[in-house]
Write a protein that binds this ligand. Structure first.
Ligand code: DOR
Ligand code: ZN
Length: 351
């Protein structure tokens, strides 16, 4: 249901989220729990979350910081390494609440050094994933330093992802945080069982935002922001209503000093407005009527999960994002810090 100023949606899910560990958890998890009923939590901790047992222990640490009265279920993904035992797939499936394995090409992004050095080394795991129906979540960028950073996603499709999808024709694959026209074309034209998440930043900004009036470290994430033509392709794809595309914020908090640095970390924190930013993006392209399915239906359907029963209500009412939020002993600078967001969360009911 929606009027010009109010949007009532089925409670959404965030299918790509970083919440870190330790002290940081309590600083960031409540933002997601105040919006989303469930989130797929990424395993790139140090050391990474590699086994079902580690994932369930991590899930318990997340549950322990939930504010009283919030209804929020963390869903888990295991970090795939060159040495992951194929049997870990059965262990993960048997435990429940673990949706798949995350493929980080080694060196592609934050805490990816333990990632996969050559996709063929994990064929045994991929076979089991294909058999069990668990998904492979993919950070889709090549890591060759000679490849232009803006071309790494497109190159990954040609050299890794497309061949992979053919070699394992029933493997369920989520191409995470797609950023390019090439990725849109690949996903929309791919065989069944292939889907993608889309972040708010890649719908709202192009690469000019990295350099607007000076270097903007808080707009730096990986895959990096792309061209306006790429952004338009992403917008057109979500506006089409394709069930292959769903919400994954990739909210990735880093302490302020580690981003405002001579070698700043990749990651944009957006959990403070994880649904509101999408409302802005969808409104800007005249697609508010597509938001609910993108945020609350497509991802659940892809993963074979029930759609949530609860509801959220957003109102068209500007609010100012604080210049910083607390983060352990430090702070985080969120997306739009010190600026305004057009939509505000008004109510959350049920799970
Ligand atoms: O910008 C990013 N930040 N991209 C990733 O792939 C990882 C993430 C993080 O963990 O900070
Ligand atoms: Zn991520």
């Amino acid at each position: 249901m929606s009027t010009a100023d109010t949007l009532t949606l089925r409670r959404p899910d965030d299918f790509h989220l970083h919440v870190r560990d330790g002290q940081a958890l309590a600083a960031v998890v409540p933002f997601s729990a105040a919006r989303f009923a469930r989130a797929l939590v990424m395993p790139n901790l140090r050391p990474p979350v590699r086994t079902a047992a580690e994932a369930l222990a991590y899930r318990d640490r997340i549950l322990a910081v939930l504010p009283a009265g919030t209804q929020f279920t963390p869903l888990m993904s295991l970090y795939l390494t060159d040495t992951t035992a194929p049997e870990e797939v059965e262990r993960a499936r048997a435990r429940g609440g673990i949706l798949g394995f995350k493929l980080y090409p080694a060196g592609a992004t934050t805490h990816s050094d333990a990632g996969v050095t050559d996709i063929r080394r994990v064929d045994g795991v991929l076979e089991r994933l294909q058999e069990t129906g668990l998904a492979l979540q993919v950070h889709g960028e090549v890591t060759d330093a000679r490849i232009d950073v803006f071309d790494r996603e497109a190159r990954f499709i040609d050299t890794v992802l497309a061949p992979l999808a053919e070699r394992f024709p029933r493997l369920r694959i989520v191409f995470e945080h797609i950023t390019t026209r090439a990725a849109v074309e690949f996903v929309l034209g791919a065989r069944a069982g292939i889907a993608a998440t889309v972040t708010p930043q890649h719908l709202l900004m192009n690469r000019n935002a990295l350099f607007a009036g000076g270097l903007r470290p808080h707009h730096y994430c990986l895959p990096v922001l792309k061209s306006e033509a790429d952004r338009e392709a992403l917008c057109a794809a979500v506006r089409s209503g394709s069930p292959r595309l769903f919400l994954g914020t990739d909210s990735a908090p880093h302490e302020r000093a580690t981003k405002e640095s001579a070698c700043g970390c990749a990651g944009i924190f957006s959990a403070h407005a994880g649904l509101e930013l999408y409302a802005e993006a969808f409104e800007a392209i005249g697609a508010l009527d597509r938001l609910e399915a993108f945020a609350a239906h497509h991802g659940a359907d892809f993963y074979g999960l029930p759609r949530n029963a609860g509801q959220v209500r957003l109102v068209k009412q500007e609010w100012a994002v604080p210049s910083t939020y607390p983060f352990g002993d430090g702070t985080i600078v969120a997306l739009r810090a010190g600026e305004r967001i057009a939509w505000r969360m008004a109510a959350v009911e049920g799970a």
